[in-house]
Design a protein around this ligand. Structure first.
Ligand SMILES: [Fe+2]
Length: 257
């Protein structure tokens, strides 16, 4: 038995060609997605509530049970607050119920590490993905000078950092010890699932496969912003990557307990 999904355009065939995916092959083993941009109009993810609903339906259809959506908090571009995020969450939850989308939906944030983030850590409570675990990202161009200080301040305030998509920081690719240092310091590392498919380029893909093979990831996430991402994630279900993922002991499912 096979179910039909639209194929990702990057997979070799046309965007609208259908592919066959074996029944039961889905992302249910992950359970909870901890990184996405589903609150409409407050960052570079969903633009409208209709976008949000489309992406949530796609996540449900791929087997996810729980979503912790994580809008950017980035002072210069997306100056979100607890209020913008939590009021947006109410709107998304209400729309999901009205449209019979059976997902457990909550919200946290993807905090961008800069000087203003350090001030924020000391000023008000952060929005955690789970318990005291907080998702953070930083510049993809260079290692920010305050990075270690920011992680230390977080930990001093009782938080456990989850570093989003470490494989995308190309300035670390020649220094894999740096990834181990983050883990030794008590940080979690979160794989972007699409990194494994080559969605972000060859170098990122290679780094992601290497980190996965070394068992250095703790969480995975979709980092879904739009339908191109969800189509690509569906496309991965028919690849060998799926088998490697299904055997990996990600922590995501503990959020469903
Ligand atoms: Fe993100």
């Amino acid at each position: 038995m096979f179910s039909r999904f639209l194929k990702w355009a990057g997979g070799g065939k046309g965007r609208n060609e259908e592919i066959l995916i074996p029944e039961g092959v889905d992302y249910a083993f992950i359970g909870a997605d901890i990184h996405s941009h589903f609150i409409p109009g407050i960052d570079d993810g969903a633009k409208t509530i209709e976008d949000s609903l489309t992406l949530l339906r796609n996540m449900r259809d791929m087997g996810f049970k729980k979503i912790v959506t994580t809008p950017h908090i980035m002072i210069d571009f997306y100056p979100n607050t607890r209020h913008t995020i939590l009021s947006g969450l109410d709107q998304v939850r209400e729309a999901a119920v009205k449209n019979n989308i059976e997902l457990d939906i909550s919200a946290a944030a993807e905090y961008y590490i800069d000087e203003s983030f350090i001030e924020l850590v000391e000023r008000e409570p952060l929005l955690p993905v789970h318990k005291n675990e907080v998702l953070v990202e930083f510049s993809m161009l260079y290692e920010p000078p305050m990075l270690n200080n920011a992680l230390f301040r977080m930990q001093s305030s009782g938080y456990k950092p989850i570093i989003a998509h470490p494989e995308r920081y190309v300035f670390f690719h020649n220094n894999f010890d740096r990834f181990q240092e983050f883990r030794d310091r008590g940080c979690y590392l979160q794989l972007n699932l699409l990194s494994l498919s080559g969605y972000y380029g060859r170098n990122v893909m290679d780094a992601a496969h290497k980190l996965l093979a070394k068992g250095m990831y703790d969480y995975c996430g979709s980092d879904m912003h739009h339908e191109k991402h969800s189509a690509a994630l569906k496309g991965m279900l028919r690849t060998n990557i799926y088998n490697a993922l299904a055997q990996y002991p990600f922590l995501n499912s503990k959020l469903c307990l």
